[in-house]
Write a protein that binds this ligand. Structure first.
Ligand code: GLC
Length: 650
C-alpha cells in the first residue's frame, strides 16, 4: 500500500493517534484492534493425535523438552550429539550439504538423515527427528535436482494447478533425500522492489499470493502421512515484504487492517491448506495508523500467539529464523526467553545450540519461562512430528529429484512479453540466430539465488549436469549449425543472421545481498553497463534484436528496450531453458503457437525510481503483458530521463 510519508502527514497521524488513544485507550493500536483485524478461525483437533501427544509429552524431561525445541545446522552437530542432547530437529542452510560436499548424492543425503534419525530415536524412542531445508524452487541444495522458476515467475503464470504440481514434485525430491520439511512457501506481498527477496514473492496482489500459496502448501503436504509429502512453512510471518525502502529485515509500516488483509493474505490460504509450520520474520512492524512501534516479529506475542495461535487457531509450530532471536533487545543467539515467551516454539540456533539449551533450561528453572509455555511448544512440535509419515516412501535416486517437463511448462507459462514488433515472434523453425550475452550460456544466472549455494554464486554450469541453458535449447531446436554464439557481440556480424537473441541478467543474489541500496536505483544498466554496451553493439546492424532479461524483480530498462525489437521478462527460469526456446521459436511441425501467456505479478517501472508496487504510472501495470499476436504494435521509443543516474527521493 502506498503510504503518505510526508513529515506533516506523519505528525498529523501521530496527533490523531494520540487523541484517539486518550479517548479510547484500547483502540490506539491496542492488541484488540490488532487481533480483531484478522478473521476468527475454528481449531480442528484430532483426539487420537492429541492423546498420542500427551502420552509422549509426559515421558520427556525438561532438558529433553528443550532439546526438542532446538534446531542446529548439520555442519554444527553430529548424530551422537543429537542423541546426547535429545535434539528434535536439524536444518541445512543454503550451501549446507552432507560432508560439506556440494556433489553429495541423494543416497548420501539419505544416509546422513538416517543417522540423525536413529540417534534421535535412541534419545526419545517414538519421537522422530525432523530435517528442514530451503527447497524453495525444487530441491535446490541437491546436485542434479530440477530447479523450477522462482516464485515471481510462478506469480506471472497465475496457475494454481501448476504451482500445486510443483509442490508435489518438490516434496518428492525432498523425501528422496530423506528430509521431511521445507521452509517454503514465502508468502511476502512485496511493496518495494528494492528488496533482495522480491523474487521469492508471488506477487504484489494479496489475492494471488493467497491462491498460489494455498496451492503450494497443498502440493507440498500431499501424502504427508504416507511418506511422500513434506511439511511446508508459511513464511516470513508477517509483513516481511513490507519494509521501508525494501530494506531486508527492516521495518514494515502498516495499519492493523493492512497487516491482516495485505500481508496476512497468504497465511489465510496456507492455513486453509493445513500448513503445519510458520516461520517468524526478521522484520519489525510499526502500526502505520498510530506510528506505534511493535518491534521485531520474533518477540511479538500479540501476532505470534494472540493472532496466529489463538485467533487463527494455528495448532502447528512456529520456528524462528536463522539466529533471529538474537535481534530482540537483550537477547543473544544462545539466550532469549523473550522469544519463547512470545510464541517461538522451535529455535533455529544453527551454531550456538549447546549454550542455548543450558541457558533455556536455567530460564525455566528460574521461572523466566513458564513451564506451561514449554509444554505448549513441545505439544505443537509433537503434533507436527506425529503428522509426518516415516520413513520416506520415495526412492533415494536423482530421478526422484527431477521433473524437467513440469519445470519446462512453468518456464513457458511464466514469460512476459513487454515489447514486440508484430510478426517477429515466433522465430521460424529454420531461422539462423545469433545469440549474444554471457547469461545465454549460464545456468547460475538462469537460476538465481538459493541454487546449490545460498547466494547462487561460485557455481558453474558443471554444477548443473541436468540443466539446459537457453543457448543449448536454441541449438537443439534450430540445429547447432543455425545458431551462432558471441558472448560480448564483438566477433560477429548480425546481418548474416535472421535475428539476434540477446540475454541479459542480474548476478545471482539472496536476501539482503540483493537489496538495491539507498543511493542506487532500478536502472539495470547502472549495475550492468556491459548489457547496454552489448545491445548498442548489435542493434540496428541488419537483424532484429529479441532481448530476454533474467532478473529477480522488475527493473528500469527503457534504454535496453529502445534497442530491442522484442523485450521479454524471463525472471529466473531455473534449469529448464528449453521452456524459453519453446516460446521464442515456432514448432518444427508448424503446430499452433501459444504465444506469451505470462502476465506481470508486479508493475513494471517506467522510471529508475519507481520502487513501489503501487506506482500510478508504470510502463506496464500489474497484470500487464502482450501475447505476441497483437497488431498493430505500440513500439514507439520509450522516454529516457535526461539525468541517467538520478538520486531517488527517500
Ligand atoms: C534464512 C532465511 C529463511 C531461511 C532460513 C534457513 O536467513 O531468512 O528464509 O528459511 O534462513 O536457511
Amino acid at each position: 500500500m502506498k503510504r503518505n510519508t510526508s513529515p506533516r502527514a506523519g505528525l498529523l497521524a501521530c496527533l490523531i493517534a494520540l487523541a484517539s488513544a486518550a479517548a479510547h485507550p484500547a483502540n490506539a493500536a491496542g492488541t484488540d484492534s490488532i487481533v480483531q483485524a484478522w478473521p476468527a478461525r475454528r481449531p480442528a483437533r484430532d483426539a487420537a493425535l492429541e492423546a498420542r501427544v500427551e502420552a509422549a509429552l509426559k515421558d520427556l524431561s525438561l532438558r529433553q523438552k528443550i532439546g526438542q525445541m532446538t534446531q542446529p545446522e548439520i555442519r554444527a552437530i553430529t548424530p551422537d550429539e543429537v542423541r546426547d542432547y535429545a535434539i528434535g530437529t536439524v536444518l541445512n542452510g543454503g550451501g549446507g550439504w552432507p560432508g560439506q560436499d556440494r556433489s553429495a548424492t541423494p543416497e548420501q543425503w539419505r544416509a546422513l538423515s538416517d543417522q540423525f534419525q536413529a540417534a534421535a530415536r535412541q534419545a526419545t524412542p517414538g519421537v522422530p527427528l525432523l530435517w528442514g531445508t530451503d527447497a524453495v524452487h525444487g530441491h535446490n541444495n541437491v546436485r542434479g535436482a530440477t530447479l523450477f522458476p522462482h516464485h515471481i515467475a510462478l506469480g506471472a503464470t497465475r496457475d494454481a494447478d501448476l504451482v500445486r504440481d510443483i509442490g508435489r514434485a518438490t516434496a518428492r525430491a525432498v523425501r528422496a533425500t530423506g528430509l521431511h520439511w521445507t521452509f517454503a512457501p514465502t508468502l511476502a506481498v512485496v511493496q518495494d522492489l528494492r528488496w533482495g527477496r522480491s523474487y521469492e514473492s508471488f506477487s504484489a496482489d494479496p489475492a494471488l499470493v493467497r491462491r498460489l500459496g494455498q496451492a503450494e502448501v497443498e502440493g507440498l503436504q500431499d501424502g504427508l502421512k504416507d511418506g511422500r509429502g513434506v511439511l511446508a512453512t508459511a513464511k516470513h510471518y508477517v509483513a516481511d515484504g513490507g519494509t521501508r525502502r525494501g530494506i531486508d529485515q527492516g521495518v514494515s509500516h502498516a495499519t492493523p487492517a493492512e497487516l491482516a488483509q495485505v500481508h496476512g493474505a497468504g497465511y489465510l490460504g496456507a492455513l486453509d491448506a493445513g500448513v503445519l509450520t510458520v516461520m517468524a520474520s526478521f522484520s519489525s512492524w510499526t502500526d502505520g495508523a498510530g506510528y506505534v512501534e511493535h518491534g521485531k516479529m520474533h518477540g511479538n506475542g500479540t501476532l505470534l500467539t494472540e493472532v496466529l495461535k489463538d485467533r487463527l487457531a494455528f495448532d502447528g509450530l512456529v520456528v524462528s529464523d536463522w539466529d533471529g532471536i538474537a535481534q530482540l533487545p537483550g537477547c543473544i543467539p544462545e539466550d532469549c526467553p523473550a522469544a519463547i515467551n512470545a510464541g517461538i516454539d522451535v529455535v533455529m540456533v544453527p551454531f550456538h545450540w549447546k549454550p542455548f539449551i543450558a541457558n533455556t533450561v536455567r530460564a525455566v528453572e528460574q521461572g523466566r519461562i513458564p513451564m506451561g509455555r514449554i509444554d505448549d511448544a513441545v505439544r505443537r512440535i509433537l503434533r507436527v512430528k506425529f503428522s509426518v509419515g516415516m520413513p520416506s516412501a520415495v526412492p533415494a535416486t536423482v530421478e526422484a529429484t527431477q521433473a524437467p517437463e513440469l519445470a519446462r511448462r512453468a518456464v513457458r507459462e511464466s514469460l512476459v512479453l513487454l515489447k514486440h514488433r508484430p510478426g517477429l515472434l515466433p522465430l521460424p523453425a529454420r531461422s539462423r540466430v545469433l545469440v549474444v550475452g554471457a547469461a545465454a550460456d549460464s545456468l547460475p544466472l538462469q537460476s538465481g539465488g538459493w541454487s546449490l549455494t545460498w547466494q547462487g554464486r561460485d557455481t558453474t554450469n558443471a554444477d548443473y549436469p541436468q540443466g539446459t541453458t537457453l543457448l543449448a535449447a536454441l541449438r537443439r531446436r534450430l540445429g547447432a549449425a543455425q545458431v551462432g554464439f558471441d558472448a560480448d557481440g564483438t566477433h560477429s556480424d548480425p546481418a548474416r543472421f535472421d535475428a539476434v537473441v540477446a540475454v541479459l541478467g542480474e548476478q545471482p543474489y539472496a536476501e539482503g545481498e540483493g537489496d538495491i541500496r539507498m543511493t542506487d536505483n532500478l536502472r539495470h544498466s547502472r549495475r550492468h553497463p556491459e548489457d547496454l554496451a552489448l545491445l548498442r553493439r548489435v542493434a540496428g546492424r541488419g537483424a532484429p534484436v529479441i532481448t530476454l532479461l533474467y532478473s529477480g524483480r522488475p527493473l528500469y530498462v527503457n534504454d535496453l528496450a529502445n534497442l530491442s525489437d522484442a523485450f521479454v521478462a524471463a525472471w529466473l527460469p531455473g534449469t529448464e531453458g528449453a521452456g524459453l526456446a519453446d516460446v521464442l521459436v515456432a514448432a518444427a511441425d508448424g503446430g499452433p503457437w501459444a504465444g506469451f501467456t505470462g502476465r506481470l505479478p508486479f508493475p513494471w517501472p517506467a522510471g529508475p525510481c519507481q520502487f513501489s508496487s503501487h506506482e500510478a504510472r508504470p510502463w506496464w501495470p500489474l497484470g500487464g503483458g502482450l501475447s505476441g499476436k497483437e497488431v498493430p504494435a505500440n513500439t514507439k521509443p520509450l522516454p529516457e530521463p535526461a539525468d541517467p543516474q538520478p538520486i531517488c527521493p527517500l
